[in-house]
Design a protein around this ligand. Sequence first.
Ligand SMILES: [Zn+2]
Length: 279
Amino acid sequence: MIVENILTVDLEDWFHICGVEELVPETSWSQLESRVVENTKIILGILGIKRITATFFVLGFVAERHPALITAILKGGHEIATHGYDHRRVYTMTPDAFRHDLRKAVRIISKITGLPVKGYRAPEWSIRDDSLWALDILQEEGFQYDSSMTPLPIIGNPAYSKTPCRLKLEHGYLWEFPPLVASSPLINLPLGGGWGLRVFPYSLIQTTIRKRNKRGSPALIFLHPREFDRHSPRLKLPLAKQFVVTARIERTEKRLHRLLEDFAFTSVSQVLGKRNNCI
Ligand SMILES: [Zn+2]
């Protein structure tokens, strides 16, 4: 049986980077050049040729300014989920502020698509031990799944599930879809997206997905439109952040092509529709 893996895109602009709020404050966003439409069209073009359906976690700020882009994504047959409104890490918000941010994003997105929003991904995988309350809010707000908990140290917790699973909450259930990581003797390695997908050898990523699929479980890959833009404006970021954002950025497009050649991919909702319990 061919296991379908999960392809996701965090739909945000080049300046939506966590932890650099003093360099690019939210009040400056409207004055900055937007490159998200052109960059996303590159991704849509690749997926269209390969006839692949993906999940786009749309930032409310972007949907508000580029409604035609959201319509184009929907017309491409893709799933529209949300990345919140203004790209704040969940653990920096109060529960009330999180609910407000979520509702604002959902309102803007649903007005464009005419559809309910069933999935959420937090900026920088920021649902972690100190913000698990957000899962209950997602469930209360009618979300079916979350993709915000990474089994990595510091930004997440290595003890979190490496495969999709159904979380039992106080008043119901919520599916959790973690990004692909590889176990290694010292530390779990981030292979599913960002710098990990660009920097680690492709053979390691390929082997890890194959092993995962052999057990009947899908791997989740995540992309950002800015990773398809070699001429993106550059910010003077701290060295570690510079690495995370730009290291081997020229590889992204090629890596996506290879993944789509080697493996089957679809959206979160397609995978979810075929399953009942743990995947
Ligand atoms: Zn983001």
